[in-house]
Each structure stands twice: as C-alpha cells, then as structure tokens.
Design a protein around this ligand. Structure first.
Ligand code: ADP
Ligand code: MG
Length: 363
C-alpha cells in the first residue's frame, strides 16, 4: 500500500485522530476480530459501527400520528479496516443504502454510533461534521441524478473543494485538471455538461468529484449497477487503481454477488436491517455459514445454468415495518431448528477464523 503522505494525499490530515480528544472507547464490547487471518490483521479499524439503527417513522390517520417505523437498519455492528474494500450485500430493500447514508451521517442514526478515525461522528457539531465529511465521500448508483445538469464538468469536480476546503482557486483548478485525466477523461471534457456523456463517463465524473477533496473513505452504493456490463468492469478497475494510488478504504454496496466477489476483501451479508454474516470474501463464497448466505449464493447461476442443489429462497422478504420475531430469517429458513429461531434473536458470534455469523446453529 502506498505511503499515505505521498503526492496527492499530502493534504489529508493524518493528525485527525489527535485533533479531537473526546474519542470514546470504541470497542463497545461488540468487537470481534474477524480479520485475524486476513492481510489486514494488525491494522487499525478506520470505521467502527456500533449497534447502528435507522428507523423511518410512519405517520398515519387524520392526525398523522407517528404510528410505527420502518426498521431499515436495526443494530448493525462491524469494523472496516484501513485500506480494505468492505462489501455489503443483500436483497433489494434490506437496508444497504440506508446504512451507507447513515454511516456518512447524511441520515441521522436513530441509535448506535459510527466511529470514524476514533471520533464518534454524533459528538461533532455540524461545522465539525462538515469538516469531517471531507474525509468520507459517497458515490451513488445513478450518476445522472447525482450530478447537477446545469454545472459543467469543471464546476462539478471543483465544487466539493470550494465547499469543503480552503484551497485557493489555482490549486483547485490544477486539481481538476489532474483528476479529469486520472479518471480516464480529458481536459477537453471540462467545459461540457453531464448530459453530453455516457453513463460510464458520468460515473467517472462522479468519482473525480468524490476524490477531489482527498478522502480516506469512500462509500460506493451500487456504483456500477446502472451501467452496461461492458462498462462495469472498466469502472471497477478504475476504482481498484485509485484505491491503491490514494490508499482508500471502501464500503462497497452491491446486490450483485459476482461484483462483490471480484472487488471486495471482506463481505457483510445483510438481511432485513441486520447483519447475518461477515467473512473474508473467499471464505464467504466457499464456506458460507448462515443459511441466508447459502441461499443467496446458490441463487447465482453457474456456467452451466442454475446450480443443481439450489436452495430456493421461499416467499417474499417480510416487511421491515413488522419484521419477524427472533431470527428475522426464520420465516424463510431452510435450516430452521425450532422455537428458539422464533423466540430469540441470534447474536453475531465468531464461528471460524475471521468469520462471524448470527444463527442459532452456531450458538
Ligand atoms: P436497499 O438499498 O438494500 O435496497 P434501502 O436502504 O433503500 O434498501 O431501504 C430499506 C428499507 O427502508 C426498505 O423497506 C425501503 O422501502 C425503506 N426506505 C428507504 N428509504 C425510505 C424513506 N426515505 N422513508 C421510508 N422508508 C424508506
Ligand atoms: Mg440501495
């Protein structure tokens, strides 16, 4: 991994961890060392999630009373290590995007903590949070809607630097010219507007924007899902190259298992707002432990069509407004063992080296 202080990343404040002295004890009792056999063992966690919740209130009746909540994210804890690509996978609607936005505090968590570089983001004033945001950037699925159509590419790439840094104009302009080339576009593209570009090119502009302020951590929410398959690989390769060059840490969100397998070092599997399993990518794909992970993996077609011993995911995903009791997967589980599955919520436990799983089979 390239030295953090080199070239482009020089402005990133490595003093972050010492700037604030009110960093809480981040271990919170939930810490499981799921990296002992990975290349990241011994590295500090850059991001720690502790029991993070995000509920969307539902108001109903004539008085629009708060009657219940969509429990989109309900008690998520994991660590993301400096320099790794941490994947988050699960069916549509399981809470991936909500979790991504909550980590960045674009959505305020209903409960729990996000600790970034030793600092609890909730403890920051809005001004300090804005300052901190410079270090955390997000890339969205649909580049067309994340880029203001009235701005030129040059303005788009410069804008985060204008709003989040004190850099003088010459420095910003120089950085724009460097970045446009680094993401595989050219200086000639700078005066143009987003609609003149293909989806892949627009995503390159969005990536340049995210990188402009020298972030440490990037949350990429389905960054290639809206793109043609031929373009997907190119964008993923670009992200990989930039990761090495800028020493980036990624939270990579996708519903696409093959993209996750190609791109991520470790993976968390999410089901109905909770984490079912976390493991290094190859361990997860070769030795899945959670029944939901097994079902999810077996739904992926192989070279010769669908797998023979395929596990059928039964029924629809239950509503996050009224999730099943106990283990949320019990209504669809192919390995249901009895009342304990309906009565008790299983905790994430270390089941194998570097692999944690929340299932009563492993209690
Ligand atoms: P994913 O990204 O995994 O598809 P989301 O985080 O988008 O999942 O959504 C999780 C759940 O929260 C879904 O049931 C979705 O309908 C609900 N949801 C998402 N955004 C909102 C919102 N702004 N208000 C109410 N419910 C929402
Ligand atoms: Mg989503």
């Amino acid at each position: 991994m390239k030295d953090n202080s080199g070239g482009h990343t020089g402005d990133r404040d490595s003093k972050t961890a010492t700037t604030f002295t009110d960093a809480p004890d981040a271990t919170g009792g939930h810490s499981f060392d799921s990296t002992e056999s990975s290349e990241f063992s011994g590295t500090e966690a850059l991001v720690k999630l502790r029991n993070v919740q995000k509920y969307y209130p539902i108001h109903s009746g004539i008085l629009k009373r708060h009657t219940s909540d969509v429990k989109a994210v309900d008690g998520v804890s994991f660590d993301i290590w400096q320099g790794e690509t941490f994947g988050l996978v699960g069916e549509s609607g399981c809470g991936k995007s909500t979790l991504g936005k909550t980590v960045l505090h674009l959505l305020e968590p209903t409960g729990g903590e996000v600790i970034f570089n030793g600092i609890n983001l909730a403890s920051l004033s809005s001004a300090k949070l804005r300052e901190r945001r410079r270090n955390i950037q997000m890339i969205f699925q649909d580049p067309a809607s994340s880029l203001n159509p009235r701005m030129s590419v040059e303005q788009l790439i410069e804008e985060p630097m204008t709003s989040l840094t004190e850099w003088p104009k010459e420095r910003r302009k120089k950085r724009v010219r460097e970045l446009i080339q680094e993401v595989g576009l050219s200086i000639d593209h700078l005066p143009r507007r987003p609609h003149e570009f293909s989806g892949g090119q627009q995503q390159r502009v969005a990536i340049a924007r995210a990188l402009s302020v020298n972030p440490q951590f990037i949350i990429a929410d389905e960054p290639t899902s809206a793109l043609d398959v031929s373009v997907q690989a190119k964008i993923l390769n670009l992200l990989k190259d930039l990761q090495v060059e800028y020493d980036l840490t990624f939270l990579f969100i996708s519903h696409d298992l093959s993209v996750i397998r190609n791109f991520c070092d470790r993976v968390a599997v999410m089901y109905l707002g909770e984490i079912a399993e976390v493991a290094p990518t190859e361990v997860l794909f070769n030795r899945p432990k959670h029944p939901y992970t097994k079902a999810l993996l077996s739904s992926v077609p192989t070279m010769d069509g669908l797998q023979e011993d395929r596990i059928q995911l039964e029924g629809d995903v239950p509503s996050p407004e009224n999730p099943p009791s106990g283990c949320r997967y019990h209504t669809r589980c192919q390995e249901y063992i009895g009342p304990v599955c309906e009565d008790e919520s299983p905790e994430l436990k270390l089941v194998d080296a570097a692999q944690v799983c929340a299932c009563h089979h492993y209690e």
